[in-house]
Design a protein around this ligand. Structure first.
Ligand code: ZN
Length: 151
């Protein structure tokens, strides 16, 4: 348990200090804003989805270490995955941070994301950890793809 806690802190500090995929993505097929007023976390998520696959995913914004590192790990995890896989992962992640029991196989599928299990003991932190995931769902559901005119 101590080891897991240390790893958790190490990963969060690392991704907070040096967030991955931290940039705007232009052009993009999907985009959404995320806002967690409880903590002051704000982020903007960008995706390029081609044939149901997340070719690229980036974010910008400012927030606490948990929200930033969670968004960073999420983008790293989802790059190259299908939209269906992304939604499934959201489901597992949400169960994890809200303290539902997941099977070993489900936890395994979450990989490094499973490190956020610890936030379930801190309800206010659950919102920080899941902000990027809620933003992802909004982005996937509300496409703002620029209409292409036929040549
Ligand atoms: Zn926060």
């Amino acid at each position: 348990m101590t080891e897991l806690r240390e790893l958790y802190q190490e990963v969060i500090l690392d991704h907070n200090k040096n967030p991955r995929n931290f940039k705007r993505l232009e052009p993009h097929s999907h985009h959404a804003y995320g806002n967690n007023p409880l903590c002051g976390d704000k982020l903007e998520l960008f995706l390029n989805v081609v044939d149901g696959k997340i070719e690229d995913i980036t974010f910008v914004g400012s927030g606490c270490a948990i929200s930033t590192s969670s968004a960073s790990l999420m983008t790293q995890f989802l790059k190259g995955k299908s939209v269906a896989e992304a939604k499934q992962t959201f489901h597992y992640f949400h169960e994890l941070v809200t303290g539902k029991n997941l099977g070993e196989g489900e936890i395994e599928e979450l990989g490094k994301l499973a490190l956020f299990e610890g936030v379930k003991e801190f309800p206010a932190r659950v919102k920080c950890a899941s902000l990027s995931w809620h933003t992802l769902l909004n982005a996937l559901e509300d496409t703002n793809q620029i209409a292409q005119t036929e040549a």
